[in-house]
Design a protein around this ligand. Sequence first.
Ligand code: SAM
Ligand code: SF4
Length: 266
Amino acid sequence: MYDSYNRPIHYLRISVTDRCNLRCTYCMPEEGVPPIKHEDILRYEEIVEVVKEAVVLGIDKVRITGGEPLVRKNIEDLIAMISVIPGIRDFGLTTNGILLEQYAEKLAAAGLHRINISLDTMDPGRYREITRGGDITSVFKGIAAAKKAGLMPIKINCVVQNSSSEKDAEAVRKFCLDEGLDARFIRQMDLEHGRFSVVEGGSGGYCDGCNRLRLTANGKIKPCLFDNLEFDIRKLGIRNALLEAINLKPRRGTGNSTNHFNNIGG
Ligand code: SAM
Ligand code: SF4
């Protein structure tokens, strides 16, 4: 389906949880965020209904994100339910990789096509600092497991301060070249204070070509990462929420004071 600026909308990003097993400095406060109430979190059956309706309206690309999607219980069950919906040609998941070693095979068996893994540095100490305690060796094991499971192509998401020529990013770029992984460099954004940027090596951030909708873990369809607009599927009904989000998708976002990366999933 086309929005009112004639952009074809065919990509749905789904945040399945606001929780995370890391506390990246640019994403979450050290103490975490007040969790969404359990009853407000969409059940897998509800998420699947949204995907089915979205496919009818033209969505053919779906990505699961978070928080950290692998901390949601039995995430492979959701993957299996979505992967059999006819019409999805690209089905991916974005993870910090910490739990990937134990999940890669299950995710591939459930029908996931490919995976994006976040990695901002190659240095174990810097990684611990950025993620407030994460163990980088788990991520490397997760990457190896994803390769073995055939979740290809693997993309590495690397957040940079200003440019991909920074030391940490250069090291990540070299690792990706050596390992046959695609690297994408994302300038650190600040949704509340209006710092929004494009993704080097990816398609995000170009408003004129924006093809996406987002579903938050508590059931809001968001037409723009960088805008407060949201449409509640439980209040409006799934189809209406999707249609309103498509029809009212802003030409470009100007600020988002209600969401953070941890609940909208980037
Ligand atoms: N937990 C998973 C992960 O880290 O990959 C998925 C959710 S995370 C919010 C999705 C992506 O958003 C990650 O690649 C992360 O690096 C990125 N991200 C988080 N906060 C950001 C910020 N302030 N600016 C730019 N990217 C950000
Ligand atoms: Fe968690 Fe991902 Fe946010 Fe880091 S970027 S705190 S891993 S949700």
